[in-house]
Structures are given as structure tokens and as C-alpha cells.
Write a protein that binds this ligand. Structure first.
Ligand SMILES: *[C@@H]1O[C@H](CO)[C@@H](O)[C@H](O)[C@H]1NC(C)=O
Length: 255
């Protein structure tokens, strides 16, 4: 029994590569869909990565009026992502909010996580049933899924267990795709323009997965509330790359 516990403890410490603990060493900022800002397109001076993305939704700058909005605040070692995701009238589809670490695009600024199998997030949420939580990471050479996003990111949805207690969520790297829709944030939907997006998979679909090279060259992290309507509140204590889910995780990993 003692041996087993010790082995497990060693395994999980050896395997985890911390990417973010919200200790203030990296700046985070938030972006809301341009409808909410009252001006279009939204310009994110400190993060050029975001402006082309936010500029495309909604298509018409005439549609204004404060819809999706969120704040991301770092306090006492926790990133608090709070807000509401609303229907964008011009699209009849939910808008989005995102929070992102400051990125450089010039160099990898995180450890090489290519030996890991996925991201692990330690979170608490008072809205665990909100369907639109997503996590994404930028890499030096990630392909972009649309002309609105010149710098690509790999994105994946994640679901939470019910209850407001702290929980550990494992998101396998095979759930991430660079080819996510700028309309839904999902990798399996077809845009109104006719473009079909693709998720990571086997064979031909491997081209949509993060490669070992991508995982060695992370340049930023993002949290999203996208593609679902409603209020959301997510407190994130840490984001790490892990070789296997720790025993505390409580979501089934897709086989
Ligand atoms: C969290 O977001 C909701 C929905 O937008 C808002 O009503 C509430 O005031 C926000 N709370 C904080 C602490 O910002």
C-alpha cells in the first residue's frame, strides 16, 4: 500500500510540467466578441494575435449593443474568468469571450511538452453546466483555420463535473485541432461560407493534431467561453502538461 502511494506520488510529480499558476509572472487579458465593445473591429494593442480574429465577428459593424462580455482577473494565484456569452443577432449564434496570456510569436516561452499527453487544469466553477468552455494554446508554427487568424492556435472543448468544488480536468492533446471554426470554435462544424472544419484524428486527420514540434514550441495559453449561451464563471488555479491524468481527475478520458 505504502509503495503504491509513493510510486503514484513520484509518477505524478515527475510527469507534470507546469505552464501557468497565475502567480503574476505572465500577463493575461480578455477579448470579447466585437458586438459587446460598441466599436468594431476590436483592437487588442498588446496582443496582435487577437485583433484579426475578433474583427470577423459579427460581419457588420452596424450591429452594436453590448452582448457577450467577460473579465479575466488574476487574484491570489487564481485566474478568474467571469462573464456571459450571448447570441450575436447578426449570426443567430452564440458569441464568444476569451482570455489569453501575452504571447510573443517569436520564440517558444514554455517548456517542451512533446512527451506529455495532454493538459490538466485545476479549476472551480459555479457554472459547471456551461457548455462553451474551451482551452487553447498558441505555438510558433500552428496553422491558422481562417484568414482572420494569421497566428494559429490549437483548441479543445472541456466539460466540468457538477458541483462547485475544485476539480482536475484532463484534456488530451488529441482533442485539440488547429482547424476550429471561427463561427463556433468547434472543429467539426461547417461555416455558413461552406468551409468544413476538421478535428484531430488518425490517418489523414493527423494533420489537424498538434505535432511533437508544435508541443515543443508553445507560445501562449487561452481560455474561451464560446459557442454556448449563458453566464459562466471559471476559477483556474493551474494549467500543466501531463504524461497521464493524475488520479484526482474526474472526467473520463475519451479512448
Ligand atoms: C460575472 O458575470 C456576470 C454575467 O455577466 C455578471 O452579472 C457578474 O456581475 C460578474 N461578476 C463579477 C464578480 O464580475
Amino acid at each position: 500500500m505504502y509503495k503504491l502511494v509513493l510510486a503514484t506520488a513520484l509518477l505524478s510529480t515527475a510527469a507534470a510540467q507546469t505552464l501557468e499558476t497565475f502567480d503574476g509572472s505572465r500577463t493575461w487579458s480578455e477579448t470579447n466578441d466585437p458586438v459587446s465593445s460598441g466599436v468594431a473591429p476590436v483592437r487588442h494593442r498588446r496582443d496582435p494575435h487577437r485583433s484579426p480574429l475578433t474583427a470577423h465577428r459579427p460581419p457588420s459593424p452596424q450591429v452594436m449593443g453590448g452582448l457577450s462580455q467577460a473579465t479575466f482577473k488574476i487574484s491570489q494565484g487564481t485566474g478568474v474568468f467571469n462573464g456571459t456569452c450571448k447570441i450575436v443577432p447578426s449570426l443567430q449564434a452564440p458569441g464568444f469571450c476569451s482570455a489569453q496570456s501575452e504571447k510573443t510569436h517569436l520564440r517558444a516561452s514554455y517548456p517542451d511538452v512533446s512527451k506529455s499527453k495532454g493538459l490538466e487544469l485545476v479549476v472551480r466553477s459555479t457554472t459547471p453546466t456551461f457548455k462553451g468552455f474551451k482551452v487553447a494554446f498558441a505555438t510558433k508554427h500552428a496553422k491558422s483555420s481562417s484568414r482572420y487568424t494569421p497566428f494559429g492556435t490549437f483548441k479543445a472543448p472541456f466539460a466540468l463535473s457538477s458541483g462547485a468544488r475544485e476539480q482536475t480536468v484532463f484534456v488530451p492533446f488529441t482533442d485539440f485541432s488547429w482547424d476550429w471554426s471561427p463561427y463556433t470554435g468547434e472543429c467539426d462544424t461547417k461555416d455558413p461560407t461552406g468551409v468544413q472544419h476538421h478535428c484531430c484524428g488518425e490517418g489523414d486527420l493527423e494533420q489537424y493534431c498538434p505535432s511533437s514540434k508544435d508541443l515543443a514550441e508553445l507560445t501562449g495559453l487561452e481560455l474561451w467561453a464560446e459557442g454556448a449561451e449563458g453566464d459562466f464563471h471559471l476559477e483556474v488555479k493551474s494549467i500543466a502538461a501531463v504524461a497521464a491524468p493524475t488520479l484526482r481527475y474526474n472526467k473520463k478520458v475519451d479512448a
